[in-house]
Ligand binder design. Sequence first.
Ligand code: AMP
Ligand code: MG
Length: 350
Amino acid sequence: MIRDLHTELIEINRAQISPAVLERAGAILRAGGLVAFPTETVYGLGADGLNEEAARKIYAAKGRPSDNPLIVHIADTEALNKIVQEVPKAAEKLAEAFWPGPLTMIFHKNECVPLGTTGGLSTVAVRMPSDEIARELIRQGGGYIAAPSANVSGRPSPTTAQHVYEDLNGRIPLILDGGPVPIGLESTIVDLTEECPVILRPGYITRSMIREVIGEVQVDQGLIEENALVRPKAPGMKYRHYAPKAELLIVEGPMDQVIAYINGQCCDSGKTGVICTEETKTCYPGKVVKCIGSRKDERSIASHLFQVLREFDEEEVDRIYSESFHTPGLGQAIMNRLLKAAGHRKIYVT
Ligand code: AMP
Ligand code: MG
């Protein structure tokens, strides 16, 4: 992969967001260039979503398969009408309830959205983020910013500007550093082109939160089926993702059994990694232990997942065992990402 650009990393003070920096970043986007920026979910890699050439640069910088469509980010609800054919009633309600925020909706696209942005699909994914830096950059950049997560394809999504730098240094001109992101998992995706709305990717906005606003909502079979015969409808969900270098295995069952099982494992190098929580971090003597958060605060688990997966790449471990995190609200989204990182390798202990 070629790294021939100078990458500038600019720290943004959230108490006083510099208009000059955002204007400069916006000018790069309007000229068809790439800028990485914080959102409340993960860092995004932005390009003008209505400019096919610009959107293509995203695929090149990330090494992303070209059939994996991009999400177009807008800064206000009015912007939606220009790029979609119609806004169903359910979408209006969801936008009112969750925008700006970590919810992406899929619509039938208008002509002005190039197929290079939508991976050749006639539909387009749209989100209005709540992060103030993101919103101002979208405005400055022309209003329609295509932005996938700002990682090299297959790596864990970036939750700090440093993660973006590790992956994309030399491939993009500018990274806006707005500090660590608050949520740490990508947006919930809901498809509104079907008769009944369908969740294509679980996220911070849960199924029950969506149900409360619009009534029935389905979950894509491709997410539920454990055998990989059913293809997920979101093209990106079929790819291996987030995978650390070492083999990752998820262990499920009663906590004392999980701890006993993991402690019973050792590998050739003698170094085994463990992903656990505050509650159990002292239970694995002799292992390389990473605490992901507390079971009393599931948001802490969500927000550290990708960071912990990245940190293990710096450790000489042969294998990583992870506790499972079926927490009440975010558990679905957390386990979706963790299972993908593990290539769906899971052990039940009883
Ligand atoms: P990322 O931006 O890296 O979080 O990836 C965006 C996700 O949105 C991928 O899983 C895509 O497959 C999905 N996506 C984007 N546009 C569409 C669309 N029009 N239809 C279905 N899924 C989409
Ligand atoms: Mg991604």
